[in-house]
Write a protein of this length. Structure first.
Length: 103
């Protein structure tokens, strides 16, 4: 897992042809807006979060975010523990995101 600043995350994501953007926030938080092309799997689902994450392609590079960067850090650690090699946590999370936002 790598913690990336907002700028590093955005720059790296732009150049990455193998990127998968994962939003681990709650559905209520997602309603407030989200990073375009992201997939939402709520980390608070517990075991169901793990079940859903297991279905993802482990060869992808995962750019993970939440509201502040805490839950996404936990999600990256969980993902690394089950065989995901490339996970990138967005430091500061969505609340500090200055890039494009979809509604």
């Amino acid at each position: 897992m790598a913690d990336l600043s907002q700028q590093e995350w955005e720059e790296q994501l732009e150049k990455d042809d193998n990127a998968f953007i994962l939003d681990v926030r709650t559905p209520e938080e997602v309603e407030e807006g989200y990073i375009p092309n992201s997939t939402n799997i709520d980390i608070y689902l517990g075991h169901d979060f793990l079940t859903e994450v297991e279905k993802l392609d482990k060869t992808k590079n995962f750019y993970v975010y939440c509201r502040s960067g805490n839950r996404s850090g936990q999600a990256c650690a969980i993902m690394n523990s089950i065989g995901f090699e490339n996970t990138y946590n967005l430091v500061g999370g969505f609340m500090n995101w200055e890039g494009e936002v979809a509604e």
